[in-house]
Design a protein around this ligand. Sequence first.
Ligand code: AMP
Length: 557
Amino acid sequence: MTLEQSPLMGQMMHQPLMISSIIQFAARHYGSGEIVSRRIEPDLHDALYRSTYRDCERRARTLALALAAQGVAMGQRVGTLAWNGYRHLELYYGVSGSGAVLHTINPRLHPEQIAWIVNHAEDQLLFFDITFLPLVEAIAPACPTVRGFVLMSDRAHMPASTAIPGLLCYEDLLDAVDQAAADAWTWPVFDENAAASLCYTSGTTGNPKGVLYSHRSTVLHAYAAALPNVLNVSAADTVLPVVPMFHVNAWGLPYSVLLCGAKMVLPGARLDGKSLYDLFEGEGVTFSAGVPTVWLGLVNYALQNNLQFSTFRRTVIGGSACPPAMMDTLIDRFNVQVIHGWGMTEMSPLGTTGGLLARHRDLPVHEQRAILQKQGHAIFGVDMKIVDDEGAELPWDGRSAGHLLVKGPWILASYFRGEGGDPLQGGWFPTGDVATIDPDGFMQITDRSKDVIKSGGEWIGSIDLENIAMAHPAVLQAACIAVKHPKWDERPLLVVVRKPGADLSRETLLGWFDGKVARFWMPDDVVFVDALPIGGTGKIQKNRLREQYREHQVAAE
Ligand code: AMP
């Protein structure tokens, strides 16, 4: 009797989990599913490119052959500097599906950091949108591993002259492939643990580190992300990922949306409030996902112009804490359900999502909101725990705050090329976040470990203080940071951007905190600024604020 026939073994087909199976499924079972993509070429920026999952699969397989023609081998990295657009989607499937590794690069990083990442990843080809031509021209001489730079456009949009030697054209590469050969070609099947895509952490301190996702981790994450408790995507949805495909695979949406057969709308380079609103209304978007800073633009545009959304009903907000005031506006003013999501690059990225349990249905609205504002419940596939400084596990009482550790099949085991040594603690990945978990399993982030404010030996939750500040009608944005204090070690300082035209004094804002927090949590001072520093992934750069205000004097009480 062979092992396969043994009654101890399951007797089901063995099929490795491949990213290419998602696009094949979408093309075969939802072939006419729509992809609507805003063009990126400047002369076409109002135009929409319409295609289907069938078209996308055909072009992705043609691209796979074009990559082979360029000499890209299994496991080699192919870089992209691109917006959310149809060609980027083709690269998602064409590169990983052919066995090479899709390396998405965040174009908002500093050019030197981008060149560093390209070299570290040893990218063989670099695909880029026309927006990034000047950037690529500047870094090309510093990227010796790149054998070919490919402009993601057609011949008509190739620059008359460029500093990039031998610049290639995306559509030319596809046109050069024999279509009969492409139609006959089948997607390769290989070990599901093979590397599929690579994304570098935002690297606020030190060099960025690479997170190398596998086919297996990506497909499992895509399944889990689609669950009703998570993103709740269905074939009846029209999904617009605002969250960029250049960072953490747009929270897995380019995979989950296709395996659910939903309509996909890709916003290209224009993410301002008006452009997004027009696309939401024009294409009947029902569901979207993005970081709070993007929603700020969209929500303010809709408020200022007294608009409503006719089809938009659900959104996931994450990447940094969703301010309660934003959640209230979306739910109460626009009738949009808000799902608070938490995760990180090292987690593919989804870890928890918020929502109510059946027995929360009859709670008063403000109690329901307090639950929705938590970062949420672990998704099946993710386990989590909180520990104290010595590593001892803390109770799930909703009060004890500790270091948050996670594990699961789509969570990083080690960084690309082993950078930083072994990151795990007893098999768990330390997230660097500080959190509480309540008896129902709802996790709430109180801080990033490095953002924690420690006053007289006690932790002060900067996120709570920011949320209270942002609930003030005159506050647009707020960040709370630790400043040095002779007696208490550290005290909270609020750095605030007022709403345009709003009148708000330091005293009024500090008075707003009365009765809302414990006395020792009260911010010691407020600094008003015109803008907060925002990093490449749309998050407030608190480390820069800390440097700037390190010596800020607050009264020594
Ligand atoms: P990144 O790897 O760039 O996606 O950053 C991950 C970090 O962003 C997490 O470790 C958290 O500190 C923060 N983060 C992500 N989502 C949330 C959220 N919903 N609330 C608070 N912090 C968040």
